[in-house]
Ligand binder design. Structure first.
Ligand code: DHB
Length: 312
């Protein structure tokens, strides 16, 4: 078997593999980040960092079943300074990217000012879609708010930046959001964050399975794949060609990754399956993807990326 080339680039950085962790999965603590650094993932993406450390919501706050996971973590993280120190300490071993989340525009501005002062550019995924902040809406469902935030950000910020979006379900929403994003020098858009405020019911105990928000939380895993693929493909078609698509949602096999790339993703993130299987997942997924590419005689992901066919 020849070994297909799974390399890609993300915001101008070359990666040996197009498979990485999703922010939030196995990337909060020093030990978890080291595990990812030592794994075969193409890069490491941190947990969404806030200005100060946060404990997050009450436990239990994560639950998984055969077809997915539900969580209401509430942004537990060690704070921006910890993640920047980690990135600095690792040097050039493997690309490490930062995910950022802010509770308000002032906090976002302070976070970005911190990044601007660094003597190295950090590629950043700005999370506009955390569904689990008690009393706060998901930012990216408020289009004028997104526009206002991006205007403020790109007024002064010049390091590579992308945004992580929640899923959209309506053609008009895809079109309006894409039109808005096309006005800014974004390097990438990540589709999708967990569909928010879902509910898993345990019929045995007649109860919800996580404590915060009376059991409501963001869902991930196999049950969200069709929603993720739809968002990747829609935005791939609607965004200007210099904004890369990063696929996230429902990836637990090499075939899932193949489908994301066919829909237009340059890079694919793994969340629920990484939590289930641990960082060894990257090696398995790479092998499975290589087998598919080999069978189809593709030698690189660029040969089929975005080439999903329609019927007639
Ligand atoms: C959390 C969940 C998300 O889906 C996200 O994008 C960021 C944070 C959380 O609850 O910690």
């Amino acid at each position: 078997m020849t070994q297909a080339d799974l390399s890609t680039h993300w915001a101008g950085v070359s990666l040996s593999s197009c498979i990485v962790n999703a922010s939030g999965a196995w990337c909060s603590t020093f030990a978890e980040l080291m595990d990812l650094t030592e794994s075969t993932s193409g890069a490491v993406l941190t947990k969404s960092a806030t200005l100060y450390p946060r404990k997050g919501n009450l436990e239990p706050r994560y639950f998984q079943w055969t077809y997915g996971s539900i969580n209401s973590m509430g942004l537990p993280n060690l704070g921006i300074d910890f993640y920047l120190d980690f990135i600095r300490s690792q040097g050039a071993k493997k690309p490490i990217f930062l995910s950022l989340a802010a509770m308000n525009p002032e906090e976002l501005s302070k976070l970005l000012q911190r990044l601007r002062k660094l003597d190295f550019p950090v590629v950043t995924e700005l999370n506009l879609s955390c569904p689990n902040l008690i009393g706060k809406p998901q930012l990216a469902y408020d289009f004028s708010c997104v526009e206002e935030i991006l205007k403020k950000v790109f007024d002064f910020y010049e390091f590579p930046l992308g945004v992580k979006l929640p899923p959209y379900f309506d053609t008009i929403h895809f079109e309006e959001m894409a039109e808005l994003l096309n006005c800014f020098p974004l390097k990438f858009v990540t589709c999708i964050n967990s569909p928010g405020n879902a509910l898993f019911v345990d019929p045995q105990t007649e109860s919800v399975v996580i404590k915060p928000k009376e059991g409501f939380g963001g869902i991930g895993g196999p049950c969200i794949k069709p929603i993720a693929l739809a968002n990747v493909n829609k935005f791939f078609k609607l965004l200007k060609s210099d904004i890369q698509l990063i696929g996230c949602g429902g990836v637990s096999s090499g075939q899932d990754i193949f489908e994301h790339i066919l829909c237009g993703a340059s890079l694919v993130q793994v969340g629920t399956q990484l939590m289930k299987e641990g960082p060894g997942v990257f090696e398995r997924l790479q092998e499975e993807l290589c087998v598919i590419l080999d069978r189809k005689s593709y030698t690189s992901i660029e040969e089929f990326r975005g080439k999903l066919k329609s019927l007639g």
